[in-house]
Ligand binder design. Structure first.
Ligand SMILES: [Mn+2]
Length: 380
């Protein structure tokens, strides 16, 4: 039995003015090919299918077009959980239409633990899958009291008669963030200890965009495309093989369809450094220029744009730094790339320069507010 693990597609996402749709389409075409070539029996999508709870209609179309292709062009079964960016109800809404097409969605936590377990059999191999969508503490603890971790353990614990796989959209173990993920604060669990999930033969995690191994058998597949300029590590999916009751996994790199380059230059070396950049990807490479200047220079940005255009690339972000004023400018360096929490921290620093650290309680309140605002639309 062969399983493919992916997550954090964030369909509908933009980077500045750039629509990521064409990159997502390249990935989805490649994924269909991979499901066929690698003879994948089970596709796992571990949450954050969409970037926002109410995605643009175009992103919905891309998603359902993809599911239709999986259903008609492959023999793969597809299992999907909602992430913190998704609306679980929106993902679950077409469940009855999807189930005859070998597609199952877990959008919300069910009070019945058994609803989250499914047993599949392929060529004599049996696998039990436990699928837990992103949850909030009031779903884990409907009475409003008790220990969230104890409640979670009840969902993920089952007497083991066959190999078991867990799919989860959460923070787990000692992870290394890519910087663009939200802290999952309304779940009642900060980060799931590895002990809770170690009985599984494989744990397919979603949420963190940087591919990584959390323990011997727990992995974040990471996002399929770089969501920010700073995500420079190559992207991948994970292929897991279940053979004779044993599971083995390996990374499979996703071809990069559009390069995002950060170019750190000065007034004197920008031309030379830019000339060394090569346009190698099928879609036009995008460049962020971080340039240190002694004084503002009229027309420089046009020169940079022209030069990039000649090389078949495009300027997407331009950040000039003035050497004398560098310290004060530095804080605004990545203003548009900051998360709402990071922006709040920046704001706090300017408001209270004498005690620039945001108090813990205030930070928690802000995170809670943020989560409530994000999901206001999906809960009404
Ligand atoms: Mn997430």
């Amino acid at each position: 039995m062969r399983i493919l693990h992916t997550s954090d597609w964030h369909l509908g996402k933009r980077l500045f003015k750039l629509d990521r749709g064409p990159e997502h389409q390249h990935f989805l075409n490649w994924l269909i090919q991979t499901l066929i070539e690698k003879k994948i029996d089970v596709l796992l999508i571990a949450g954050d299918v969409f970037d926002v709870p109410t995605p643009p209609h175009q992103s919905l179309e891309v998603f359902y077009e993809f599911l239709h292709r999986v259903s008609t062009e492959t023999k793969t079964e597809t299992f999907i959980i909602a992430g913190n960016h998704d609306s679980g109800l929106l993902l679950e809404a077409p469940s009855k239409l999807l189930s005859p097409h070998r597609i199952k969605v877990w959008g919300k936590l069910s009070p019945n633990h058994e609803d989250h377990w499914i047993k599949i059999e392929k060529e004599g191999e049996v696998l039990e899958i436990c699928a837990i969508p992103f949850f909030r503490s009031y779903e884990l603890l409907p009475q409003g009291e008790g220990d969230a971790l104890v409640a979670l353990k009840k969902y993920v614990t089952k007497i083991k008669t066959h190999p078991q796989l867990l799919m989860l959209h959460h923070l787990a173990g000692m992870y290394e963030a890519a910087g663009s993920e939200q802290v999952i604060s309304l779940s009642g669990v900060e980060s799931i200890p590895v002990e809770v999930i170690k009985s599984f033969d494989y744990v397919a995690l979603g949420h963190i965009h940087k591919p990584q191994k959390i323990s011997d058998q727990s992995y974040y597949s990471g996002s399929p495309i770089p969501l920010r300029f700073s995500e420079t590590k190559s992207k991948s999916v994970i292929i897991i093989e279940l053979k004779n009751g044993k599971m083995n996994s390996e990374l499979l790199s996703i071809p990069l369809s559009r390069a995002l380059h950060i170019l750190k230059v000065s007034e004197s070396d920008w031309k030379a450094k830019m000339a060394a950049l090569e346009a190698k990807t099928p879609l036009t490479s995008m460049v962020e220029v971080q340039i240190t200047l002694t004084a503002p220079r009229v027309g420089l940005i046009d020169e940079i744009k022209d030069q990039l255009e000649k090389q078949g690339m495009e300027l997407l972000s331009y950040l000039p730094f003035y050497s004398q004023a560098e310290r004060s400018e530095k804080r605004h360096e990545k203003l548009f790339e900051l998360s709402p929490l990071e922006l709040f921290e920046e704001f706090y620093k300017t408001k209270y320069p004498d005690s620039p650290e945001v108090p813990h309680e205030l930070k928690d309140d802000f995170k809670n507010l943020l989560e409530k605002a994000r999901h206001a639309t999906s809960q009404t």
